[in-house]
Structure formats: C-alpha cells, structure tokens
Design a binder for this molecule. Structure first.
Ligand SMILES: [Mn+2]
Length: 355
C-alpha cells in the first residue's frame, strides 16, 4: 500500500538463514494463483542461481496438478502438487519458505504446523500479516505482489538477477496478475512501474498470452456464471450472489470450472451500474464452511474491514474469509446481517471518489 510505512528487510538474517539451510521447502497457499506460482518459481531461480542450492522442494497443495496455469513458465516442471488430505512431513526441512500467504494455515492443509516450525519459516508476502503466526522472518513491505516483494528484496542483494530473463519474466507476470493488469491503485507504487519497465527491457512479456492462463473461462465456468447471475441480489450500493451446492451436485464441474466461473463473476461485477462493492458465497472444500469473497472498486468503499470483522483478511478492495454455516442461505444471511450493522468505510483518495 502506498501510505504504509515500509519496513527494512533484515537482509543479514535472510541470507544467513538460507545459506545455512540444507533442505528447503518452498510452498504457497491453496487455490494457487499466478502470483503464487511466479513467487515459487522466483524462489527456485534465486535458490539455484544465487545460493547454489540443490536440495529444495516446490510444493503446492492442490487436488490436481494445475497444469494449464503453470505450463511454459520456467521451472514449472519442478512444482509438485499434493492433495490437501495427504500428509506432508515438515520435519525433514530445516527451512520452510512460504510465499504469497501470511501463515502456514493456508499452505499446509490439515497437517499440523507445529510451533517449532515457525522458527524455521520465512514468509514473503504482501497481505496484512496474521497476528497469531510468528515466523523467524516476515518479508512484507506491502508491495503489489509476492513476486514484486521477492524481486525487490533479492535484486538489492544480488544485482545480477536484474538482467536474468527468467527472473524478469516471472516478476512481470506475478505483478501484472496480482494488480489485475494495473487496475488496483492500492497495490501500485511508481517503483512497481519502474521494475516493469526495466524488466520488460530484459524480457518482453506477452501479457495477453501470459494472463490467459488465469482469466480463461471454461465451458463449465460459463454455466457457473449463468447460475450466479440467476442468484444475483442487490443492496443499496452493493450486490451479492452465491453458488448453490444443489446446483453443483446436479452438474459435473472440475476445479477449473469453479475457479474460472467464480473469478469471472467477481471481475464482471466491477463493471455493473452503480455497484461499489460485492460479495460471493460458495462452499469451501471443508464441509460446513463457506468461502466468502469481497471486492470493491478502489476509491469507493473498503471491504477489508468487513472481512476482518468475520475473521478474514486481504486487501482494502479484495478480501475474503471462510465462515461456518449450515446452508448457503444461512451463510449469505450472516454476511448480510453484518453488513447492516457495519458502516462501510470509504477510501481516502478524493480523486477516485464517485460523484
Ligand atoms: Mn499474491
């Protein structure tokens, strides 16, 4: 965030810890996105080229191998996808690097993340920090993306990576993906564009092609969008919708259908009439839990406070939370009643305010 104070990175601790580590695990949140993938692969490039490490593992918690999203990215073949319910032993690693997530709860699934593991964990992130998690080191200057954070940190320490085409490609894609192609002002600083200009000169990325990995809507996804449109409801300046589990049972969707459909719907609402913010509800992989996603147009209202109120987190204009409820309708009602009780705060930038 632009106005957030930038904390200096403890470079000595970072370098010493990585140098001393023999077995390194690099992991990220479930439901991986392009920033998470690019961050993983940036860490791979840095561990190999700058630290000459051979014993590292890149792990994502996904039910199926996220082939399409990662295909063609340098190093992608080394990413291992392990289903959520498969145990992973964290004991064998002497360093765990978490990228693009605040804490281990979004990375390790049901596997218990013991307290001692926090002391051998380094986090590279750009979300608001999780207060209950205290790793050895958190590198988070609230930049546009975890990819930008990793590049910013290591290009300071190892200037040579600024001219590396693998690093240039991954950093640009991670930044472009997480800023929604530079749409979200809270995430972007002049330095972000400076990096983009310098890195584009090293390796020009075809952004339409690179981002088509994530914004493509599958045919199943279109059915989900259609369903969500039929459930659309409105408040005074907001809209909401949900995915009915009954509808899911009547159809056969894969994870890509659900992800691309739900994301497409969330992005589409940005362009609807006088809507300032919106939320969607869908079933979580954990039974009885519901995934609430909030979005708002920057300069109008912030949705982070309401997500926090429910126990979640994220960014001012893009936040989320998982809540327990018996039915999807109960989950929607829970959010709606909280909305009535909460005054939505307005962003501070007057130039962006709606008339
Ligand atoms: Mn990210």
């Amino acid at each position: 965030m632009v106005d957030q104070q930038q904390t200096a990175v403890n470079e000595k601790l970072l370098i010493d810890t990585i140098e001393q580590a023999e077995n390194i695990l690099v992991t990220t949140h479930f439901n991986i996105d392009l920033d998470a993938v690019c961050s993983l692969l940036l860490m791979r490039a840095i561990l190999k080229d700058c630290f000459h490490k051979k014993n590292y593992k890149l792990l994502v918690r996904e039910p199926s191998y996220p082939g399409k999203m990662i295909r063609g990215l340098p190093g992608a073949a080394e990413i291992q996808a392990i289903p959520l319910d498969t145990p992973v032993s964290l004991q064998e690693y002497d360093l765990i690097i978490i990228v693009d997530a605040q804490d281990a709860s979004r990375c390790t699934g049901p596997v218990e993340y013991k307290k001692d593991y926090q002391r051998k964990t380094i986090v590279f992130d750009h979300h608001s920090p999780a207060p209950q998690f205290s790793p050895l080191l958190v590198v988070n200057q609230h930049l546009s993306s975890a990819s930008e954070q990793i590049f910013a940190t290591f290009s300071d320490i190892f200037p040579d990576i600024r001219t590396d085409s693998t690093v240039a490609t991954l950093t640009q894609i991670g930044i472009a993906a997480d800023t929604g192609r530079f749409l979200y002002k809270d995430l972007i600083r002049p330095q972000t564009f400076q990096y983009m200009a310098d890195l584009y000169a090293i390796a020009p990325v075809d952004f339409e092609l690179a981002l088509s990995r994530v914004i493509t809507l599958t045919r199943g996804g279109i059915k989900i969008v259609h369903h969500m449109l039929s459930n659309l409801g409105y408040g005074d300046d907001f809209a909401y919708s949900w995915i009915d589990p009954e509808f899911m049972k009547q159809n056969t969707f894969d994870t890509q259908d659900i992800r691309t459909g739900a994301d497409f719907f969330l992005n589409m609402m940005r362009n609807v009439d006088t809507i300032s913010w919106w939320f969607t509800v869908r079933e979580h992989t954990v039974k009885g839990m519901w995934k609430i996603s909030f979005r708002s147009i920057s300069g109008k209202v912030e949705v982070l406070p309401i997500a926090k109120e429910l126990g979640g987190g994220g960014h001012p204009n893009a936040a989320g939370v998982e809540i327990p409820a018996k039915t999807v309708h109960e989950a929607v009602k829970k959010v709606l009643s909280l909305v009535q009780a909460t005054e939505m705060t307005t962003d501070s930038n007057p130039l962006q305010k709606s008339p």
